[in-house]
Design a protein around this ligand. Structure first.
Ligand SMILES: *[C@@H]1O[C@H](CO)[C@@H](O)[C@H](O)[C@H]1NC(C)=O
Ligand SMILES: *[C@@H]1O[C@H](CO)[C@@H](O)[C@H](O)[C@H]1NC(C)=O
Ligand SMILES: *[C@@H]1O[C@H](CO)[C@@H](O)[C@H](O)[C@H]1NC(C)=O
Ligand SMILES: *[C@@H]1O[C@H](CO)[C@@H](O)[C@H](O)[C@H]1NC(C)=O
Ligand SMILES: *[C@@H]1O[C@H](CO)[C@@H](O)[C@H](O)[C@H]1NC(C)=O
Ligand SMILES: *[C@@H]1O[C@H](CO)[C@@H](O)[C@H](O)[C@H]1NC(C)=O
Ligand SMILES: *[C@@H]1O[C@H](CO)[C@@H](O)[C@H](O)[C@H]1NC(C)=O
Ligand SMILES: *[C@@H]1O[C@H](CO)[C@@H](O)[C@H](O)[C@H]1NC(C)=O
Ligand SMILES: *[C@@H]1O[C@H](CO)[C@@H](O)[C@H](O)[C@H]1NC(C)=O
Ligand SMILES: *[C@@H]1O[C@H](CO)[C@@H](O)[C@H](O)[C@H]1NC(C)=O
Ligand SMILES: *[C@@H]1O[C@H](CO)[C@@H](O)[C@H](O)[C@H]1NC(C)=O
Ligand SMILES: *[C@@H]1O[C@H](CO)[C@@H](O)[C@H](O)[C@H]1NC(C)=O
Length: 417
C-alpha cells in the first residue's frame, strides 16, 4: 500500500487526510506509468500480428515505444496520452484492453487493423479522450450507449466495420464533437433527431449503412457542417427544407436512398457547395432555376430520379462544373445552348431522358470533354461537324435518338475515341 510508505514520515493530522483521500491515491497509483505499461503489454499479449510492436517490452520506458506518446500532467506526472497504431496488422479483440488503467489517453488511433469482437462499453472510461479512430477494423455488435459520456471527444470514427446496432441518441451528448464518421457499417434504425444538438459538428458521415426513416429536420441546426453524407441507406420522405440553412456545406450526398419530393431546398443559400450528389432516389419536380447560383459546384449528379421539365439555362452559370450527370430522369425540352459555357466540363451525361431539338453547336466548344452521353432521347437534326473539336473524348454515345444527316468526317479526328 502506498499510504504505508508515507506513514512513518508524515505528521498524524496529515495521515487522517490521507485516509480521506485514499480512494484518490489508489487511482493515482493505478494510473502510474508502470501500470499503464503493464496494461498495454497485457493487451499486446492477446494480439496476433504484434511483430511491429517489438519495442514494447517491460524493460524500456513506454514513452519510447512504437506508437506511444506521453505527456507530463499539471501535477508533474508522466502519463501515456497517445496510442497511435494505425495499419499495424493487429488482430484480436479490444475487450481485454484495460481502459481504466489508461484513463489519461487523449488519442487512440487503431485504424486499419483487424481488431474484432465488440467495442467494449468500458471504452467510455477514457474520460480524457479527444480522438478515437477505429476506422477499418472487424468490429461487430453495437455502438455502446455509454460512449455518450465521453465528454471530451472531438473526433469519432467507427467507419468501415460491421457494426449492426442503431445510432445511439446518447451520442448527442458529445457536445464537443466536430467529426462523426460511422460510414460503411450495418447500422439500422432511424437517424436520431438528437444529433441536431451536436452544434460544433463539421463532418457527419452515415453513408453506406441500412438506416431507414426520414431525415430529421433538426440536422438543419448543424450550421457548421461542411460535409453531410447520408448516401446508400434506406431513407424515405422528402429532404427537409431546414437543410437549406447549412450554408457552409461543401460536400452533400443523399444518393441511393428512396427520397421523394422536390429539390426546392437547394434554392439559394448553399452557395459553398462543390459536390452535390442526389442520384438514385425518387425525387420529382423541376430542377430549380436557382441551381445556377451554386457556382462553386464541380460535381453535380441528379441522375436516376424522376425530375421533369427543362434543363434550366442558368446551369450555364455553374462555371466550375467538371461532372454533370442528369441521366435517367424525365427531362424534356431542348438542351440549353448555355451548357456550352461550362468550359471545365469533362463528363456530360444526359442520356435516358426525353430531350428534343438539335444537339447545340455550343457543345462542341467543350474541349475538355472525355465522355458525352446523349443516347435514348428524342434529339433530331444532324450531328454537328464541330464535334471533331472534342479531341479529348473517349466515350461518345448518341444512339436511340432521331438524328439524321451524314456522320461527320470530323469524327475521324477523335483519335482517343
Ligand atoms: C486494470 O488496471 C487497473 C489499474 O492498473 C487494475 O487495478 C485492474 O486490476 C486492471 N484490470 C485488469 C482486468 O487487469
Ligand atoms: C528510444 O528508442 C530508440 C530506438 O527504438 C533508441 O534509439 C533510443 O535510444 C530510445 N530512447 C530512449 C530515451 O530510450
Ligand atoms: C489515424 O491514423 C491514420 C493513419 O496514419 C490517419 O490517416 C488518420 O487521420 C488518423 N486519425 C486521426 C483522427 O488523426
Ligand atoms: C479475432 O481475431 C483473432 C485473431 O485473428 C482470432 O483468433 C479470433 O478467433 C477472432 N475472434 C472473433 C470473435 O472473430
Ligand atoms: C445526455 O446526458 C444526460 C445527463 O447525463 C442524460 O440525462 C441524458 O439522458 C443523455 N441524453 C441522451 C440522449 O442519452
Ligand atoms: C433544432 O431543429 C428543430 C427542428 O428544425 C427545432 O425545432 C429546434 O428548435 C432546433 N433546436 C435548436 C437548439 O436550435
Ligand atoms: C445502392 O444501395 C444498395 C444498398 O442499399 C447497394 O446494394 C447498391 O450497390 C447501391 N448502388 C450503387 C450504384 O452504389
Ligand atoms: C436564404 O437566406 C436568406 C437571407 O438570410 C433568407 O431570407 C432566405 O429565406 C434563405 N433562402 C432559403 C431558400 O432558405
Ligand atoms: C445566369 O444565367 C442566366 C441565363 O443563362 C443569365 O440570364 C444570368 O444573367 C446569369 N446570372 C449570373 C449571375 O451570371
Ligand atoms: C465557341 O467559342 C468561340 C470562341 O471561343 C465563340 O466565338 C463561339 O461563339 C462559341 N460557340 C458557341 C456555339 O457557343
Ligand atoms: C469521365 O469519363 C471518362 C471517359 O469515359 C472516364 O474514364 C472517367 O472515369 C469519367 N470520370 C468520372 C469522374 O466519372
Ligand atoms: C478535323 O477533320 C476535318 C475533316 O477531316 C478537317 O478538315 C479538320 O481540319 C480537322 N480538325 C481538327 C481540329 O483537327
Amino acid at each position: 500500500m502506498p499510504s504505508q510508505l508515507y506513514r512513518s514520515s508524515l505528521p498524524a493530522n496529515l495521515l487522517w487526510l490521507l485516509v480521506l483521500l485514499s480512494p484518490f491515491l489508489v487511482l493515482v497509483t493505478a494510473t502510474s506509468l508502470g501500470s499503464q505499461a503493464r496494461a498495454l503489454l497485457h493487451w499486446k499479449s492477446t494480439l496476433q500480428g504484434g511483430q511491429l510492436l517489438a519495442s514494447w517490452n517491460i524493460d524500456s520506458r513506454p514513452c519510447n515505444w512504437t506508437g506511444v506518446a506521453c505527456s507530463v500532467t499539471r501535477k508533474g506526472r508522466l502519463v501515456i496520452t497517445d496510442v497511435h497504431l494505425p495499419d499495424m496488422s493487429l488482430a484480436g479483440p479490444l475487450d481485454v484492453f484495460n481502459f481504466s488503467a489508461l484513463g489519461s489517453l487523449a488519442t487512440l488511433n487503431l485504424s486499419c487493423n483487424r481488431l474484432n469482437g465488440t467495442i467494449p462499453p468500458a471504452i467510455a472510461t477514457l474520460s480524457q479522450l479527444v480522438t478515437l479512430d477505429l476506422t477499418g477494423n472487424l468490429f461487430v455488435g453495437r455502438i455502446p450507449i455509454e460512449m455518450g459520456s465521453m465528454k471530451g471527444l472531438q473526433f469519432l470514427s467507427l467507419s468501415q466495420n460491421q457494426i449492426m446496432s442503431s445510432v445511439p441518441p446518447s451520442l448527442s451528448n458529445l457536445s464537443g464533437l466536430t467529426h462523426l464518421d460511422l460510414r460503411q457499417n450495418k447500422l439500422r434504425g432511424v437517424i436520431p433527431r438528437e444529433l441536431g444538438r451536436l452544434e460544433k459538428l463539421r463532418f457527419l458521415e452515415l453513408g453506406d449503412n441500412q438506416l431507414s426513416g426520414s431525415i430529421p429536420p433538426s440536422l438543419g441546426n448543424l450550421t457548421r457542417l461542411y460535409h453531410l453524407a447520408l448516401y446508400e441507406n434506406q431513407l424515405t420522405g422528402s429532404i427537409p427544407p431546414q437543410l437549406g440553412d447549412l450554408r457552409d456545406l461543401v460536400y452533400f450526398s443523399l444518393s441511393n436512398n428512396s427520397l421523394t419530393g422536390t429539390l426546392f431546398f437547394i434554392l439559394g443559400n448553399l452557395t459553398k457547395l462543390q459536390y452535390l450528389f442526389l442520384w438514385r432516389n425518387h425525387l420529382s419536380g423541376f430542377i430549380p432555376l436557382e441551381i445556377g447560383n451554386l457556382i462553386e459546384v464541380s460535381n453535380l449528379d441528379l441522375s436516376s430520379n424522376m425530375l421533369t421539365g427543362h434543363i434550366p439555362s442558368t446551369i450555364g452559370n455553374m462555371s466550375n462544373l467538371n461532372i454533370l450527370y442528369l441521366f435517367d430522369n424525365e427531362l424534356s425540352g431542348s438542351i440549353p445552348p448555355q451548357i456550352g459555357n461550362l468550359l471545365e466540363i469533362t463528363n456530360l451525361s444526359l442520356q435516358m431522358n426525353m430531350l428534343g431539338g438539335h444537339i447545340p453547336f455550343s457543345l462542341c466548344n467543350l474541349t475538355k470533354l472525355q465522355s458525352l452521353f446523349l443516347w435514348k432521347n428524342q434529339l433530331s437534326g444532324s450531328i454537328p461537324h464541330e464535334i471533331g473539336n472534342l479531341l479529348e473524348i473517349t466515350d461518345l454515345s448518341l444512339h436511340m435518338n432521331m438524328l439524321g444527316g451524314h456522320i461527320p468526317f470530323s469524327l475521324c479526328n477523335l483519335t482517343k475515341l
